[in-house]
Design a protein around this ligand. Structure first.
Ligand code: BEZ
Ligand code: FE
Length: 289
């Protein structure tokens, strides 16, 4: 077959991928060809615009390093990460809502004991985080692995500093106690712009958008027979709750900070100074839902 034109090229490419041995591969290949060709038909890019699009994607790839994932930023800012998240988490009503992972999660972050200060010397007002983990039938989960990470009071993650992965702070892992409880001490994170000194930042500017996320703490939780939960808690008094650049905010994840004087805490722990307190009871969906 030859002499393809704009009315015949799409079917020709679809025909070419029809023999993919793997059915899922075939389905995905056909869909991407159809949608990409439809996009080009709708936009009718000039040759110059198409070359610019390819140069943009090339810059996105070139910007990626061990601690900078520009493709995740692109997916996040186009709302694709939250769409994939929504499709994959059609959870039962009482399971905790999910949101984006983001590019600042670090595998093998340090383990802490319950109650430790995990701020690693980050500057900021003291914050107590007290929570629990249970299953959807309200059984507390002991020994659940709770990972957390957050920005500092200036809005920067540890991995964004010169020291990168060698000076981790404001992140860690704890395991829940016998009643599914966990707690740690840290500092209040600020709202921040996602890294916008690369091609994704250029795209946001061209689209007339700001690069900010509201203040939040990230969590990732896992336990046997449960779906791993990736979520954040957003601070209720933060700016940008209604215009998060990555579309990640859900009402059920917005928390008012409480005031916790030094001494015994509302959840039976003990702290040596006055702190703001962030409290939340997380519910993990069953793995076999
Ligand atoms: C974050 O919350 O860490 C994040 C999420 C998406 C893009 C950039 C940062
Ligand atoms: Fe974040």
């Amino acid at each position: 077959m030859r002499n393809f034109d704009e009315t015949t090229i799409t079917d020709a490419v679809l025909e070419r991928v029809r023999n993919a041995p793997d059915l899922r591969q075939r389905f995905v290949s056909e869909a991407i060809v159809r949608h990409l060709h439809d996009f080009v038909r709708e936009v009718e890019p000039s040759q110059k615009e198409w070359a610019e699009a390819i140069a943009f994607l090339t810059r996105v790839g070139q910007k990626c390093t061990d601690t900078r994932q520009e493709f995740i930023l692109l997916s996040d800012t186009l709302g694709v990460s939250m769409l994939v998240d929504a499709i994959n988490h059609r959870f039962p009503g009482n399971a905790t809502q999910t949101t984006v992972l983001g590019p600042f999660h670090v595998v093998d972050a340090p383990e802490f004991a319950l109650g430790d200060d995990i701020s690693g010397g980050m500057a900021g007002a003291p914050l107590l985080v007290e929570g629990s983990v249970s299953s959807i039938d309200r059984q507390p989960i002991a020994g659940a692995v709770v990972e957390f990470w957050h920005a500092d009071a200036e809005g920067f993650y540890d991995v964004q500093s010169e020291a990168g992965l060698t000076n981790l702070a404001g992140r860690g892992v704890v395991r829940t106690g016998a009643k599914g409880e966990f707690w740690f001490q840290t500092v209040i994170p600020a709202a921040y712009p996602i890294p916008d000194d690369g091609p994704v930042g250029d795209m946001l500017k061209a689209q007339g958008r700001h690069p900010y996320r509201p203040a939040h703490v990230h969590f990732m939780m896992s336990a046997p027979n449960c779906e791993t939960l990736v979520t954040h808690l957003f601070l209720a008094d933060s700016e940008y709750l209604d215009s998060d650049v990555v579309f990640g905010v859900k009402d059920a994840l917005i928390c008012e900070l409480e005031t916790q004087p030094a001494g015994p805490t509302a959840r039976g722990n003990w702290i040596s100074k006055d702190m703001a307190a962030l409290r939340y009871d997380f519910v993990l969906a069953d793995a076999d839902r």
